[in-house]
Design a protein around this ligand. Structure first.
Ligand code: M6R
Length: 369
């Protein structure tokens, strides 16, 4: 059942091309129009939505944070992402024009379920992005958009994360289509870029030897930092979470722009820092800003490990190690950049002799508050 892999986690990392592909399957017609018939919320109601709140915990919340960048850019509806357990206890402002999007692999996370119930009581519309058919959160929600990642057995979430980002993007494009914001041609182009993602994930998987080797060499490391910017920020957070969960190593993710506001004080000789670098083709010259961050930390002794886009030569001069991912539009890059970080954590934990499927102290679904 592990498909020849030594662990479920390795199998699930390798299942990711299919998890994304299957989540995209059958959700658009030949003309590139999204056909999310399963969203049973009246399209007129959806047109009136003036605020989206994404509720989730852990890795699923990072998927929400990635999706926020895309949804606000495509749909122009203010989108907040909040940890379910914080949302419920802070008197949030929610009404009939609020769309609550919960994200949960299991559909049973108690904190998220309670937050959804609370929002419903306040009159919000609720939509669940979920990987488990018939689980509690989708049953209690007005609508559901299933991720088709297949069962995720390993406690650490991998393929569900990529499928959640994919589903949330489909939702964003659907809302844009409904509201007539994006031209159909543009939506079709984004869908076609999404359609190319599974093969690109496969190429990252096929080239995993280099990152695995580094992971084994770093088995004795005590602390690893992760930096990212824009959609790379939640990717950095996710990379750090995987390392904590699996390898019990102290790991922190930071927004790269935040470095000089504090975290740079942590940098000393030999400190390993992963940096998720935006595409040099992206908007806002974020690439050069992150490259400057790499220079700054390297000058202070950091051991820089860079995830960059194929063809990005500028990073080479400042990186101890560079891992290249295929070219893709900026908003889709998390679907590729996360994969080496998952592989790194899995391989390092395996090298330390830990059980990657069942890390200590953790449960696959957290059904208590
Ligand atoms: O089933 P859910 O998506 O609601 O679970 C949320 C978190 O408990 C989960 O993502 C957790 O953080 C994982 N252990 C991450 O690898």
């Amino acid at each position: 059942e592990k498909g020849g892999y030594p662990s479920f986690m390795e199998k699930e990392i390798n299942d990711q091309p299919a998890a994304v592909g299957d989540t995209l399957l059958g959700r658009a017609d030949a003309a590139g129009r999204l056909t999310l018939d399963e969203i049973r919320i009246d399209p007129e109601l959806l047109k009136n939505v003036n605020k989206i709140i994404v509720l989730a915990c852990g890795t699923s919340a990072y998927a929400g944070q990635v999706a926020k960048y895309a949804i606000e850019h495509w749909v122009r509806i203010p989108t907040e992402v909040e940890l379910s357990h914080e949302f419920r206890y802070r008197d949030p402002i929610v009404d009939a024009n609020t769309l609550i999007v919960s994200i949960s692999q299991s559909g049973e996370t108690m904190d998220t379920l309670m937050a959804v119930r609370y929002a419903k009581e306040q009159g919000a519309k609720t939509l669940a992005i979920c990987n488990t058919n018939g689980s509690t959160i989708p049953r209690e929600s007005d609508a559901v958009l299933y991720t088709h990642a297949g069962p995720e057995i390993a406690v650490a979430s991998t393929k569900a994360f990529l499928a959640q980002i994919t589903a949330a993007y489909l939702l964003g494009l659907y809302l844009a289509q409904l509201r007539g914001i994006k031209f159909q041609g543009e939506i079709r182009d984004i869908l076609s870029d999404l359609g190319a993602i599974p093969a690109k994930i496969q190429s990252v998987l096929d080239n995993a030897d280099q990152i695995k080797k580094l992971a084994r060499e770093m088995a004795e490391t005590k602390s690893v930092l992760f930096l990212g910017r824009h959609v790379g920020f939640p990717v950095a957070m996710e990379g750090a979470l995987k390392l904590k969960e699996l390898a019990y190593i102290h790991a922190e993710g930071f927004a790269a722009g935040e470095l000089k506001h504090g975290p740079i004080a942590l940098i000393e000789e030999g400190q390993p820092v992963f940096v998720v670098v935006p595409s040099p083709r992206g908007r806002h010259s974020l690439h050069s800003k992150v490259v400057s961050n790499i220079q700054e930390i390297r000058a202070r002794g950091a051991n820089t490990i860079v995830i960059a886009e194929q063809g990005d030569e500028a990073v080479k001069a400042y990186a101890e190690h560079v891992f290249y991912i295929p070219e893709t539009p900026t908003l889709l890059a998390p679907l590729l950049a996360t994969v080496p970080l998952q592989i790194f954590a899995c391989e390092l934990a395996t090298a330390k002799g830990y059980d990657v499927d069942q890390p200590r102290n953790l449960a696959k679904s957290v059904t208590v508050e």
